[in-house]
Ligand binder design. Structure first.
Ligand SMILES: Cc1cc2nc3c(=O)[nH]c(=O)nc-3n(C[C@H](O)[C@H](O)[C@H](O)COP(=O)(O)O)c2cc1C
Length: 331
């Protein structure tokens, strides 16, 4: 039986989350977003099997720090025994909140029978959620779903109801089918359907590129909260813009000086939390996305590609303040 702990991470319209993003939602990026108003953050997806065997790559994805809370560890896979071992180990390491990936459509994950493949294997999906809830306690586990595997296979509402009965604390819906990958538009109306179908909170994900879109999504769907993904990758300050809009203020404008400050902060966090050559290469790949709207982005890109030291990166970050003109402020 699941332990009677109702200890959900913050879920409310004013508590935006950072979505799980493989390759991106690492410790420095999570800390950057937290500093800008992100209320809870997810790790990159971790293989339950890899975790239970202690693979080096998987271990790295678990890197965390004291300010990195609330943290939701996302698992993918399909093997119940591996999930039980992984949850046991994560619990011993002090992690408290978890998410089951039932939406990832990439081949590498589908091959394991996990991710979006679980949408076509409901018994397994429910069994994995049950294992996680038993290990973590009711209210501490969420499931991230897509609508179904192929167009027209709308399994999300039935699955949502079954998962609620298992003690799952929240659901997140990215309202596209797995086969769509990222094509077409996220169908927010289906988020509304899920909100009506279940009694547990539903987080909306999908095409939330700006703060204004996230506010509109909340209004249109009645979702309990939102999760920023690609929106945060291009503009980590989307969390601050969202907070401003929600409190009736105009979203702050993005100036090159503010952008330079965000980039400097990200570089410092990466240097302090993952000061390896790998960490340096990774942060270099983030920055051009932030500076997308600026005029001299090509020159910046070339310069970043040549940067082989943290000091060089900090200098390049500072120079963003002198680039122009400012990107049009995302709303
Ligand atoms: C680069 C990238 C990596 C992602 N990795 C994951 C992941 O590890 N687990 C997951 O559940 N979703 C993952 N997603 C999906 C996002 O969490 C989110 O649901 C999706 O991007 C839709 O939101 P958006 O349109 O606002 O970006 C990823 C998305 C992107 C763009």
């Amino acid at each position: 039986m699941s332990r009677p702990i109702m200890d959900t991470p913050p879920i409310s319209p004013d508590s935006p989350w950072l979505a799980p993003m493989a390759g991106y939602s690492d410790l420095p990026f999570r800390m950057l977003c937290r500093g800008l108003g992100c209320a809870a953050a997810c790790t990159e997806m971790l293989s339950a099997k890899g975790l239970s065997y202690g693979g080096h790559g998987t271990e790295r994805l678990l890197a965390s720090a004291p300010g990195d809370r609330p943290l939701v560890v996302q698992l993918f896979g399909a093997d119940p025994a591996a999930f039980a071992r992984a949850m046991d180990r994560l619990g011993r390491d002090g992690f408290a909140h978890f998410d089951l990936n039932a939406g990832c459509p990439v081949k590498k994950v589908l091959k394991t029978g996990g991710g979006a493949a679980l949408l076509s294997d409901p018994e397994r999906l429910v069994a994995l959620a049950r294992i996680m809830v038993r290990a973590a306690g009711a209210g501490r586990v969420g499931v991230k779903l897509r609508l179904g595997f192929s167009q027209g296979e709308d399994v999300f509402a039935d699955l949502g109801r079954r998962l609620e009965q298992e003690g799952v604390g929240w659901l997140c819906l990215h309202p596209r089918y797995a086969r769509q990958m990222f094509s077409g538009r996220a169908e927010w109306a289906k988020v509304r359907e899920l909100v009506r179908a279940v009694g547990i909170p539903v987080l909306a994900s999908g095409d939330l590129f700006t703060a204004g879109q996230a506010v509109a999504c909340l209004e249109q769907t009645g979702a309990a909260g939102v999760m920023f993904a690609r929106g945060a990758l291009c503009d980590p300050a989307v969390f601050a813009r969202f907070a401003a809009l929600r409190s009736g203020l105009p979203a702050p404008e993005q100036t090159p000086a503010q952008l330079a400050e965000t980039v400097r902060r990200h570089v410092e966090l990466a240097r302090d939390l993952d000061g390896t050559a790998r960490g340096l290469r990774k942060i270099r790949s983030f920055i051009p996305r932030y500076a997308k709207g600026l005029d001299d982005i090509r020159a910046l890109r070339t310069r970043l590609a040549r940067c082989s030291s943290w000091d060089g990166l900090l200098e390049a970050a500072g120079d963003i303040a002198r680039l122009g003109p400012a990107a049009p402020a995302p709303d």
